[in-house]
Design a protein around this ligand. Structure first.
Ligand SMILES: NC(=O)c1ccc[n+]([C@@H]2O[C@H](COP(=O)([O-])OP(=O)(O)OC[C@H]3O[C@@H](n4cnc5c(N)ncnc54)[C@H](O)[C@@H]3O)[C@@H](O)[C@H]2O)c1
Length: 356
């Protein structure tokens, strides 16, 4: 493969118009960086994020509306990047079950296309890849019990610390498989080709600019439905527990990862709100009367594929290497998201879907 040289003038964010990408691009542009967004705008609503970014930051935000599977476009974008954040993805487990091939092509093959473009550079830009806790499946071998409105593991050590990176991989659902394959490719490109790359295995992220739907982004989805006076369907019994992480904290972690890439290269990190920021679906709904003055009607349906009864990240490895820990607690984070949603910036109900 021939090496390529070019002018490196920007930070590339694939999927930069999406929820996390928009928050990351906003931070980078606010810090004076030039941001190149590569996004096909397939997720409903994200064009509003892009318009907002461009209105806020002018020519610090450049957008290429294109698909991560389009090799030449990806190569051109990567050749200009000093750093890359790879977020573009088919993000919903439910959609992956309906169309596993599309899910694979975007998430696994799309990531490989990006990695090849990075490998082709004389001086490969550093890469942070957003993987998922779904690579650990339903945590086989862990026994759960429910107490009150929540599940938890029976093993006290695990309950106290959360899931660490030593947890065996067990890809669950087509989405888990495609993201898991991408996760392993990124780690292997660091190992085999020396690419400065690291992987974040992320739990539930929430915050402003999130167009949450029933398929993905449940915290925003629940709040949006409740604010609109609409009922909420819980798949399973609602006792599922997650550690939730406010997006500003994730952006801090992502910037730190790029800054310290030399020492993080080739490693994966579990990133989430951790044991201090856990909530079950039912517990979240219980907070709504105080938070937004509404108690929504709730219906129950079957569990969905790949759904974990409990998942809480042990973020100790990333803390030990960078000193990062979440700063925004559940109450404050929810208030900030509710405020953004009430500002009527969210998409109307008829567009609340994840486009495939
Ligand atoms: N939000 C979470 O809780 C969470 C948790 C774990 C992992 N992740 C991962 O983080 C990343 C960002 O998630 P998000 O919540 O911001 O989702 P999002 O849907 O808001 O953003 C993804 C962006 O990728 C774009 N996109 C989709 N397919 C594309 C394609 N083929 N080519 C180019 N762009 C494409 C979409 O238009 C969208 O703007 C994803 O990779 C996701 O798997 C998110």
């Amino acid at each position: 493969m021939s090496g390529r040289k070019g002018t490196r003038d920007c930070v590339l964010i694939t999927g930069g118009a999406g929820f996390i990408g928009c928050n990351l691009a906003h931070r980078l542009a606010s810090d004076g960086r030039k941001v190149l967004i590569l996004d096909n705008l397939s997720r409903a609503g994200v064009e509003e994020n892009l318009a907002w970014l461009q209105a806020t930051h002018g020519d610090r935000i450049e957008a290429v509306v294109a698909d991560i599977r389009h090799r030449e476009t990806v190569e051109t974008a990567v050749a200009r990047a000093e750093q890359v954040y790879h977020l573009a993805a088919q993000v919903a487990v439910t959609t992956s079950v309906v169309d596993p091939i599309h899910d694979f092509q975007v998430n696994a093959a799309g990531t490989l296309t990006l990695l090849e473009a990075i490998r082709a550079q004389d001086r490969p830009p550093s890469l942070v890849f957003t993987s998922t806790n779904k690579v650990y499946g339903k945590l086989p071998g862990v026994n759960f019990a429910s107490t009150g409105n929540r599940y938890g593991p029976k093993e006290a050590l695990l309950a106290g610390r959360g899931v660490g990176e030593e947890q065996p991989l067990d890809f669950a659902s087509p989405y888990g498989c495609s993201k898991g394959a991408a996760d392993q490719y990124v780690l292997d490109y660091a190992r085999t080709f020396g690419i400065p790359a690291t992987v974040f295995r992320m739990s539930c992220i929430y915050g402003p600019h999130q167009f949450g739907t029933e398929d993905q982004g449940w915290v925003a989805h629940f709040l949006k439905r409740a604010l609109a006076g609409e009922p909420i369907t819980l798949y399973g019994d609602g006792r599922q527990v997650r550690d939730i992480l406010f997006v500003d904290d994730l952006v801090d972690a992502m910037l730190l990862a790029q800054e310290r890439i030399g020492s993080l290269q080739g490693d994966a990190f579990n990133i989430g709100g951790g044991t201090a920021n856990t909530v079950s679906l039912l517990e979240l709904l219980d907070r709504f009367p105080v938070l937004i003055g509404v108690k929504p009607d709730v219906a129950f349906d079957e569990w969905r594929p790949g759904d974990q009864p409990w998942y809480v990240s042990n973020t100790g490895r990333f803390f030990a290497r960078t000193g990062w820990r979440p700063q925004v607690g559940v109450e404050e984070g929810l208030m900030r998201l509710a405020r953004w949603l009430s500002d009527a910036r969210a998409v109307p109900a008829d567009r609340q879907r994840v486009a495939s």
